[in-house]
Ligand binder design. Structure first.
Ligand SMILES: [Zn+2]
Ligand SMILES: [Zn+2]
Length: 440
């Protein structure tokens, strides 16, 4: 057990038990103060969010965004590191009392999606993306993530002398994926040592979530968001005239059987009561004209899993299915599986320990949510240290249930006041975790 793991275990025990009389008073004081500060800072949080919303930047190009954040953190008298994983910014707030190091993460990038919302602070920005000039907007809500984390930073900097631990504020670029040929995001941040010096004991993150009612807090122990892997299958047959298929090997017929075989993996061979999984073929490519049986065919698709053992098994199932279906036709096939973001895994002990905090902050609107088959690169942090990732509902108040535009679409918008819940959630998770560790 590493020292940091040991500290985490101590914290779990302390949180799971009750605070001592002094500890409880201390906790109540912090909780009340966080609520008051959240109200007091709300106009600033909105202003920061609108600034980012008006000035969106694509993945690995968050130059102005990074400069704005770095200036802000320096203004709070923090130790600031810039240029981490290209445009990432780290602020370290060392508390006046000893205690654990809590990592808080917000992602920074916008998307090549136009905004059709038409608010006074809607963006009018284009950027170069894959060789084209495209409109850009914060269509995933990362503008809100940065603003909320800045709110927590401003708040905690005020009481740094009493803070029982250290907070590492992690502003992360390129969550949506670095441009082709570039590295970036959480994976690169971890490789560059973001979780070291001081060593992070635990990491919290959140996503504003337009499909859920405003102020709902959603969490899930274990797999919260899926691993996203890509596969490319190449089927090699034997080209011939379309009138005499018996003189060749038809890769299109093989591909058709293979798609059925792939669909049998999740439906027939996967323990679905444990967790969900998805295999989707997204592109089929073969042939040129009606009377030629081509030489080869290609299938490209995505694999989504919420459990790493299941992920490994599904990869093996795909390889076996591809190889043997091809063999049964006298064809050959290769499959290339490229691992993308891992499962975003909420440490079950940490999640259980922080559940009372989430329930208190959510005030009756905290829910265990269904897993999401989308992916999130917060997973790279949570693979290194215990992590907890939550969703904060932000469906616009003027829309009915199910009417909010999904993330990544031009009509995407959020209920801004939900950012209060996000600020309170991150601040309370931090303080409760620290106070529990402090009690021992
Ligand atoms: Zn996104
Ligand atoms: Zn996002």
């Amino acid at each position: 057990m590493s020292p940091s793991r040991f500290l985490v275990s101590i914290a779990f025990l302390a949180i799971a038990g009750s605070f001592t009389a002094v500890g409880a008073a201390d906790a109540d004081d912090w909780h009340d103060w966080i609520d008051a500060e959240t109200e007091r800072l709300y106009d600033d949080v909105v202003e920061w969010r609108r600034h980012f919303h008006r000035n969106p930047e694509l993945s690995n190009r968050e130059f102005e965004t990074a400069a704005y954040i770095a200036d802000f953190l320096r203004g709070l008298d923090m130790e600031v590191t810039t240029g981490v994983a290209h445009t990432g910014v780290i602020g370290v707030l060392e508390g006046g009392r000893p205690g654990p190091v809590v990592g808080l993460r917000a992602d920074m990038d916008a998307l090549p999606v136009p905004s059709r919302v038409g608010l006074p602070f809607s963006p009018d920005v284009t950027s170069e993306f894959l060789g084209d000039e495209v409109p850009v907007s914060h269509a995933c809500g990362h503008d809100a993530h940065m603003a909320m984390l800045m709110g927590v930073a401003r708040m905690m900097a005020e009481r740094r002398d009493e803070l029982p631990g250290t907070i590492k504020f992690i502003f992360q670029p390129a969550e949506e994926g670095a441009p082709p040929g570039e590295e970036g995001g959480a994976e690169l941040m971890v490789a560059e040592g973001v979780l070291k010096n001081p060593d992070v004991d635990v990491v919290f993150g959140q996503h504003i979530w337009s499909p859920a009612p405003a102020d709902m807090i959603g969490y899930r122990p274990g797999g919260m968001l899926a691993a996203s892997d890509r596969f490319v299958i190449t089927i090699n047959g034997k080209q011939t005239h379309g009138s005499t298929p018996w003189t060749g090997v038809d890769p299109i017929a093989v591909a058709a059987q293979m798609i059925i075989g792939l669909n049998m993996i999740v439906s027939r061979q996967t323990e679905l009561t444990k967790d969900a999984a998805v295999i989707s073929v997204g592109r089929v490519r073969a042939g040129v004209r009606n009377n030629i049986i081509p030489e080869s065919a290609e299938l490209i698709g995505t694999i989504r899993t919420l459990d790493t053992d299941m992920q490994d098994k599904i990869h093996a199932d795909i390889r076996r299915t591809v190889e043997h279906v091809a063999l049964s036709f006298g064809a050959t096939a290769e499959v290339d599986i490229q691992r993308g973001y891992p499962v975003t895994f909420n440490d079950p002990d940490l999640t259980e320990a922080m559940r009372p905090t989430l329930e208190r902050v959510g005030g009756g609107r905290t829910r265990v949510m269904d897993a999401i088959t989308g992916a999130e690169d917060f997973s790279f942090f949570a693979n290194e240290v215990p992590g907890l990732y939550i969703a904060v509902g932000a469906s616009p108040a003027d829309l009915g249930p199910g009417e909010a535009a999904p993330h990544h679409t031009p009509d995407f918008r959020i209920e801004e006041s939900a950012m209060k819940t996000g600020v309170r959630a991150l601040a309370n998770l931090t303080i409760d975790y620290m106070l529990a560790a402090d009690g021992d």
